[in-house]
Design a protein around this ligand. Structure first.
Ligand SMILES: *Cc1c(COP(=O)(O)O)cnc(C)c1O
Length: 263
């Protein structure tokens, strides 16, 4: 634990109990609660809340409720599954400034979809995928912000590169000129044991700081995307610049997490 960090617990005990937002006012309320939690964590860690971006995660949420979240101010939404994201993007073309971040594992044969509509992709984990995405983006005349996903927990069930493979991976990325590398992304251990969760985030920050020393010039490592509804305060205390939050904004999700993180 770093010196600035108190004994912040996880909120995994609240899993399944986050209040469901059904109106613009309820979305505004849930967003305000999350922003307050972000501000409190920043204060504990001596950080500026402006350095932490909230990425609302709208997986499983239908179009009608996403439109309410939009009215409450959401302009960039995270989705785990690319087909679901693409579907929503198509359905909400009238919301011209609504953007989509794909945050889940991507099969190479679906890179074409991401290249078409996403503004950010947070789960880059293979050179084959980087190459395919780059080719598809060149074809579309687009570029894409990407995060390299790292497996910080060592669990087989988690996607992402082992930390020891990331340096070599980053060195290979500059050839893919349509990819703008922004930083690293991870899912921590899913546990109520706050110190084991914190250890994942600390590992990420230390990895990033080490990688920075000799990363290729055009590979950005400013961003650390880590922390979700149950653990984002701890992630912020350890340096997160993006927190991906679904249930604390939209309400408890019925779909089990094993659907997204098989294992
Ligand atoms: C669903 C999801 C989140 C958000 O989880 P919540 O418990 O809803 O906050 C964060 N990251 C990824 C990759 C996800 O799939």
């Amino acid at each position: 634990m770093s010196p600035a960090s108190p004994d912040t617990p996880t909120r995994h005990d609240q899993h399944g109990r986050y209040p469901r937002a059904e109106t613009v006012e309820e979305f505004a309320h849930n967003l305000a609660v999350v922003h307050k939690r972000i501000a409190d964590a920043c204060r504990r860690a001596g950080r500026d809340p402006a350095q932490v971006r909230l990425l609302p995660v709208s997986k499983t949420i239908d179009e009608a409720r996403i439109r309410l979240a939009y009215q409450a101010g959401c302009r960039l939404l995270g989705e785990n599954k690319v087909q679901e994201a693409h579907h929503k993007w198509e359905a909400m073309q009238d919301l011209g400034d609504l953007q989509w971040s794909v945050i889940g594992h991507l099969q190479t044969n679906k890179a074409k979809l991401v290249a078409r509509f996403a503004s950010e992709f947070q789960a880059l984990d293979s050179l084959r995928l980087a190459e395919t995405l780059d080719r598809r983006l060149q074809h579309e005349g687009r570029s894409l912000d990407v995060f390299v996903q790292v497996n910080s927990s060592g669990e087989d069930s988690k996607f992402g590169l082992p930390p020891s493979d990331v340096a070599a991976f980053l060195r290979a990325l500059p050839q893919f000129t349509a990819l703008r590398v922004r930083g690293l992304m991870t899912l921590a251990l899913f546990s109520a044991d706050a110190e084991r969760v914190r250890a994942c985030f600390v590992r990420m920050r230390e990895l990033r700081d080490r990688l920075r020393q000799d990363a290729p010039a055009n590979v950005g490592l400013d961003e650390l995307s880590m922390g979700m509804s149950g653990d984002f305060e701890i992630a912020i205390e350890e340096g997160a610049s993006v927190v991906r939050v679904g249930q604390a904004i939209f309400g408890a999700r019925a779909v089990p997490d094993s659907h997204y993180w098989p294992g």
